[in-house]
Design a protein around this ligand. Structure first.
Ligand SMILES: [Zn+2]
Length: 74
């Protein structure tokens, strides 16, 4: 992990912070909406929503995401 282009997680010191992108309600891409630690035991994350920064929200294991997708295809 010496050559990782991403910053080290400042919480656990072993994971990397990777940027995640999302898509808005109109389908427009939202780049780097969230940064998440790659260490699953750490779970540190920071994200922006409606102009406000959220720190360390619980990670939902994709449950919320799959539910939203079901509603979307209905
Ligand atoms: Zn971490």
């Amino acid at each position: 992990m010496e050559n990782s282009p991403f910053p080290k997680c400042q919480k656990c010191g072993s994971g990397d912070l990777v940027p995640l992108s999302d898509f808005g309600s109109q389908g427009a891409p939202i780049q780097y909406k969230a940064w998440v630690c790659t260490n699953p035991d750490c779970g540190y994350n920071i994200k922006i929503r409606n102009g406000e920064v959220y720190l360390g929200e619980p990670i939902l294991n994709g449950e919320l995401h799959s539910r939203a997708r079901q509603e979307y295809t209905r």
